[in-house]
Design a protein around this ligand. Structure first.
Ligand code: NDP
Length: 265
C-alpha cells in the first residue's frame, strides 16, 4: 500500500515535535502515513515544494503562516478571516488551508476559565488569530503590547489595546503570554510590576511557549496563580490537523492520548 506523506514546514524546524505526534498516531491506527520535517527558507516556494514532495498534507510554522495562506486554492472561513494558515491538505488536486492554532488555543482557554476577561501580552500572528477566535467564543480580550505598531490590527477590529505606557490596569480572569519573550531568553513579556498587578487578580496564567519554564510562568507560580504552558495548545492544534489530514474519521480523544504520549517522550 502506498504511503501518504506529510511534513512540517518552518525555519527553523528541527525543534518541532509535530513528526513525533503524527507518526505516533499513524502507527497506533495502522494508517499508511509518514510525517517528516522540511526546512523551508523561501516561504514563497511553499506551494511548489509541497507539490514537488508529493505531500498529502502539511503543517506550517514560523515564519511561513502567511505564505501558506497565499499558497492555498481553498480556505476555511476562519483561516480566510485571520489571514494565517498552519495546516494544508491536498484534496481533489487543490490545496485546502486551515488554521488549527486558534481552535487549539481556545480549547486550552475553555479548560482554564469557562468565560470572562482575557489579557494578551503580545500582538503577533498567534495573538491575532487567537483573539478573534476567543471573541467569537464570547470572551472579552484586551491586547497589551510592548510597542504600538502591531496594535493597529486589533484596534481596527474593535479590541481594547494598550502599550505598556498606556496601560491603566484592570481585572482579568486569565493572563496569557502571547509573545516570544522567554522563548530563547529570560525576559518577561511586560514590566514586572505591571505583571504582578494583573496576575494577583487572575484565576489562571497561560504561556503559549512550551518546553521550558519561562520567567512569566515562574512569576505566576510564585504568586500562587495556576499555570499552563503551551504544550496543550501544541497538542490540540495537532489533533485538529490530524483530523483534517485523515478525513475526520477517527476518535479525537484517542488521537489526543497517543499524541500526548509522544510529547512526553
Ligand atoms: P510574532 O513574532 O508574530 O510576535 C511576537 C510578539 O512578541 C510581538 O507582539 C512582540 O512585540 C512581542 N515580543 C517579542 N519579544 C518581546 C519581549 N522581549 N518583551 C515583550 N514583548 C516581546 O510571534 P508569533 O505570534 O508567531 O508567536 C508568539 C509565540 O507563540 C512564540 O513564542 C511562539 O513560539 C508561540 N507559539 C506557540 C504555539 C503552540 O502550539 N504552543 C503555536 C504558535 C506559536 P513587538 O510588537 O513590540 O515587537
Amino acid at each position: 500500500m502506498s504511503r501518504e506523506l506529510f511534513a512540517i514546514f518552518g525555519n527553523p524546524v528541527d525543534h518541532s515535535k509535530s513528526p513525533l505526534m503524527h507518526n505516533r498516531a499513524f502507527r497506533e491506527l495502522g494508517y499508511p502515513g509518514c510525517y517528516g520535517r522540511y526546512l523551508l527558507e523561501a516561504g514563497e516556494r511553499l506551494r511548489e515544494t509541497f507539490l514537488a514532495l508529493g505531500l498529502k498534507g502539511a503543517n506550517i510554522t514560523v515564519p511561513h503562516k502567511e505564505h501558506a495562506y497565499r499558497a492555498c486554492d481553498e480556505l476555511d472561513p476562519f483561516a480566510r478571516q485571520v489571514g494565517a494558515v498552519n495546516t494544508i491538505v491536498l484534496r481533489d488536486g487543490k490545496l485546502h488551508g486551515y488554521n488549527t492554532d486558534a481552535p487549539g488555543f481556545l480549547q486550552v482557554v475553555r479548560e482554564s476559565i469557562p468565560s470572562g476577561c482575557v489579557l494578551f501580552l503580545g500582538a503577533g500572528g498567534t495573538a491575532q488569530s487567537s483573539a478573534v477566535m476567543l471573541r467569537d467564543a464570547g470572551y472579552e480580550v484586551t491586547i497589551l503590547n510592548r510597542s504600538a505598531p502591531r496594535l493597529g490590527y486589533f484596534r481596527e477590529l474593535g479590541f481594547e489595546t494598550a502599550t505598556w505606557e498606556e496601560f491603566d490596569g484592570g481585572r482579568f480572569d486569565l493572563v496569557v503570554n502571547m509573545s516570544s519573550a522567554g522563548l530563547e531568553d529570560e525576559s518577561l513579556p511586560a514590566p514586572e510590576e505591571l505583571l504582578r498587578r494583573v496576575l494577583r487578580e487572575a484565576k489562571a496564567a497561560v504561556d503559549v511557549i512550551y518546553g521550558r519554564q519561562t520567567p512569566f510562568l515562574r512569576l505566576a507560580k510564585a504568586l500562587g496563580v495556576p499555570t499552563r504552558d503551551g504544550s496543550d495548545m501544541l497538542l490540540y492544534q495537532g489533533v485538529i490537523a490530524f483530523d483534517y489530514f485523515t478525513g475526520e474519521r477517527y476518535d479525537r480523544k484517542e488521537i489526543e492520548e497517543w499524541m500526548r504520549g509522544a510529547l512526553e517522550l
